[in-house]
Design a protein around this ligand. Structure first.
Ligand code: SF4
Length: 365
């Protein structure tokens, strides 16, 4: 599978701690695409496994004009065998999804959209510094549907002063929903607003109440939870994300992108200026460390990563992956019904999913 990181955004959302730059001119985007094409050339021999999914994430991939997106997709076809790709996703913000842009995405082979709706409350959207209104988000989803996208995911945020609504109109058009709890990351505008008392966020009990409320709304609308933050109509689980959780090797292209070959994790320099400089003056070919760093995962790292990902999924942790001497550590979670043993898996219950990260951390070796 291939991940392409697009590090640009129209403007910064108050809560965002991802690596992204506010887009500052056509030439910067062009020079990033030039560098990305060179990275594909340098790394084209690396993907040994059949490529089943391609995912453009960000940042805001839909910020890319059609001509630049076309150059990237053509570059991928030149350097990699995409004949077995089943799912090709683009993360998009609602305001970018014009009918012309959507048709171009279809022509380029995208068959799944992940749209950053975040909330259907305009006050909340303004507070988060989103550029779109709730109405624009709904219209974007409708336009995507009309353009022929039948696999559409929407992102929601909860843990806000008021619960985000999830309405019937939206639920009939989408196949997948991701819901993330708002977290206050150091260095973000939100952290400053909270510190200065300009924004008051709900306490933990209220966040948990909202989680249960959204869970109820999603399930009532026909979505099934398959990971802590992800719900899908049957058969529409994200193939790309499910493969991350299965620890399938992947190739990450672009600044700050991570790659995994089954034994090593590699991460590209997380600075778009350094990334483009290294690749556009071809120094990367002489010294790969200028482009990325790498660590070799030990058996312990691999097991801990498995705990972190598997316990967040409803499928759970394979009993066969747990060393005999570690099994007793799982017993208390079976006793308190956060886990059940089923079909050779330790499966988290709904309550267990809510505590997945803490449970995994307590089981680390
Ligand atoms: S659009 Fe996404 S990546 Fe960009 S600032 Fe907002 S949350 Fe961050």
């Amino acid at each position: 599978m291939i991940y392409v990181h697009v590090p640009f955004c129209h403007r910064k959302c108050t809560y965002c701690a991802f690596y992204s730059k506010v887009e500052s001119g056509k030439w910067k985007v062009e020079s990033y695409v030039d560098a990305l094409l060179k990275e594909m050339e340098v790394r084209k021999g690396e993907q040994a496994h059949p490529i089943k999914t391609v995912y453009f994430g960000g940042g805001t991939p839909s910020i890319l004009p059609v001509d630049q997106l076309t150059r990237i997709v053509e570059g991928l076809h030149r350097c990699f065998d995409l004949s077995q790709v089943e799912e090709m996703t683009l993360e998009a913000n609602p305001e970018d999804l014009t009918p012309d842009y959507l048709s171009a995405l279809r022509r380029l082979g995208f068959n799944r959209l992940s749209i950053g709706v975040q909330s259907l409350d305009d006050r909340v959207l303004r507070m988060l510094n989103r550029r779109h209104t709730a109405q624009q988000a709904l219209e974007a989803v409708e336009a995507a549907h009309r353009a022929g996208f039948e696999n559409i995911s929407v992102d929601f945020i909860f843990g806000l002063p008021e619960i985000s609504t999830f309405n019937f109109q939206l639920s009939t058009l989408v196949t997948h929903v991701s819901a993330y709890a708002l977290t206050v990351e150091p260095g973000t505008a939100l952290a400053v607003q909270v510190e200065q008392g300009r924004v008051t966020l709900p306490d933990e009990d209220e966040v948990v109440r909202q989680y249960h409320e959204l869970h109820r709304l999603f399930e009532a609308a026909g979505f099934r939870q398959y990971e802590v933050s992800n719900y899908a109509r049957p058969g529409y689980e994200s193939k790309h994300n499910s493969r991350y959780w299965d620890r399938t090797p992947y190739l990450g292209l672009g600044p700050a992108a991570h790659s995994f070959d089954g034994k090593h994790r590699r991460w590209n320099v997380s600075d778009v200026a350094a990334y483009t400089k290294v690749l556009n003056d071809l120094k990367a070919l002489k010294d790969p460390k200028d482009l990325s760093q790498e660590e070799t995962l030990t058996a312990t790292d691999a097991y801990n990563e498995l705990l972190m990902t598997a316990l967040r999924t409803v499928r759970g942790l394979p009993v066969s992956a747990v060393p005999e001497e570690e099994k007793k550590k799982l017993q208390p979670y079976l006793d308190c019904s956060w886990l059940v043993l089923q079909d050779g898996f330790y499966r988290p219950t709904p309550e267990g999913l809510l505590h997945a990260d803490g449970m995994a951390a307590s089981l680390f070796v």
